[in-house]
Design a protein around this ligand. Structure first.
Ligand code: ADP
Length: 408
């Protein structure tokens, strides 16, 4: 069974073909600058990589090029597109309509489209991606939508209702949704496997730390709270996003600098976080290097990051009435020993004792808690594509919108 995983952005198409018998990646690639002059495609297969320059006026041309590369020339991994059994699409926003992954139908496409007001930059290109895939592969190849928000649909209202007039929830769907759900779900399941336990028996805090970062309280396998909210701007500070701040800061900044709502939105999304405080970079590697070299504001923002992660671990332990495991993932969580070390320092009170040698030396999936530590500290590299492919496999082989939890 071969499953193609698609992640469409407004001018990009990311793809990965996975052989589900072994869960091995057969090929993957990225088409960029779709609809813009000077398009490029990077295709990786058979241990090699090819970079091609090609104009792609729409996503349809990008899909066609991807298919060419998969079936012809040195990077080919298929004889014919008919070998692809199903397609899984990453979709950012499923609102309250989608509590799980779902087989795509006309009705599903229009609902994803209707939810565009909640994710104007993401849902529209993903609808385009689904339509393009239907054109290129035909209607007989089943397609599945896997939503970033779906995993968090198990949160109770206590965690997702905002204390603003209730009509904003009822009329305008204003509430906490949470994102990175596919990653939080994947790493919580992998963590349970790693520990040789059932996810149902664990209280886990998952920390997905990348350019965008979020944390999740996973109690008995279900998300009960998460740091991102109506949008991915909320929660812990990120590369360029501010995370949680006093909401009055928004109107105050608007007033003092006479900014429009779009300008202040840009400022909080693109000029804040690590970049905003350090004045240096949004990239954790730069911040880390500068902080160690004595750059004051880089050191400050890094300490702020450790503090925010630690505070949320405490908050989520309280929310779950206990803690068995903290999981680090994402570019920062998987690679930054410094972030892991200082986040875990001072968590002895809740039973987490880390071993810095294990933290420094580990690679892949590993546990860096001491042998005596009651709470485990894991690094689990995320794999959202594989999670999408697994959901796609489950739904298309079952032939209906089955309970995808059964795949674990
Ligand atoms: P995205 O959210 O865009 O998927 P990633 O998960 O790739 O982002 O994470 C990117 C972040 O990971 C960047 O801030 C980068 O500096 C950080 N990062 C990547 N490798 C390392 C490393 N070896 N040490 C510290 N930070 C790293």
């Amino acid at each position: 069974m071969k499953i193609l995983v698609i992640n469409c952005g407004s001018s990009s198409l990311k793809y990965q073909l996975i052989d589900m018998d072994t869960e091995a990646v057969m090929c993957k690639g990225l088409c960029e600058r779709i609809g813009i002059d000077g398009g490029t495609v990077v295709h990786k297969a058979n241990g090699n990589a090819w970079e091609i320059t090609i104009d792609m006026p729409t996503h349809a041309e990008a899909f066609a090029k991807m298919l060419d590369l998969m079936t012809e020339g040195e990077g080919a991994v298929l004889k014919d597109k008919a070998e692809i059994n199903a397609i899984g699409h990453r979709v950012v926003h499923g609102g309250e309509k989608f509590k799980d992954s779902v087989v795509i139908s006309e009705e599903v496409i229009s609902t994803i489209d209707e939810l565009s007001s909640l994710a104007p930059l993401h849902n529209p290109p993903q609808v385009v991606g689904i339509r393009s895939a239907q054109k290129v592969f035909g209607m007989d190849v089943p397609q599945v939508a896997v939503f970033d928000t779906a995993f968090h649909q198990t949160m109770p209202p206590t965690a997702y209702i905002y204390p603003v007039p209730y009509e904003y929830y009822e009329k305008h769907s204003v509430r906490r949704y949470g994102f990175h759900g596919t990653s939080h779900k994947y790493v919580s399941r992998q963590a349970a496997k790693f520990l040789g336990k059932d996810v149902e028996d664990l209280k886990i805090v998952t920390c997905h730390l990348g350019n965008g970062s979020s944390m999740c309280a996973v109690d008995k396998g279900k998300s009960i709270d998460t740091t991102m909210g109506l949008t991915p701007l909320a929660g812990i500070l990120m590369g360029t996003r501010c995370g949680d701040i006093d909401p009055s800061v928004v109107t105050y900044i608007q007033d003092v600098d006479n900014l429009s709502s779009k300008e202040v939105n840009d400022l909080l999304n693109k000029k804040s976080g690590m970049l905003g405080v350090s004045g240096l970079s949004s990239d954790n590697r730069d911040i880390e290097k500068a902080a160690i070299a004595g750059h004051e504001r880089a050191a400050l923002v890094h300490s702020m990051l450790f503090y925010e992660i630690k505070k949320n671990i405490g908050a989520y332990s309280a929310a779950m009435n206990g803690l068995d495991c903290v999981v680090f993932t994402g570019g920062i969580g998987e690679n930054s020993r410094r972030v892991r070390k200082y986040t875990c320092r001072g968590l002895e009170y809740c039973g987490l004792l880390y071993d810095d040698e294990k933290n420094q030396k580990g690679s892949g999936e590993f546990d860096f808690a001491t042998d005596e530590s009651r709470v485990r500290a894991l690094v689990i590299p995320t794999n959202e594509e594989l999670m999408i492919a697994r959901d796609t496999l489950t739904l298309t082989t079952a032939g209906k919108a089955a309970d995808v939890e059964s795949i674990d």
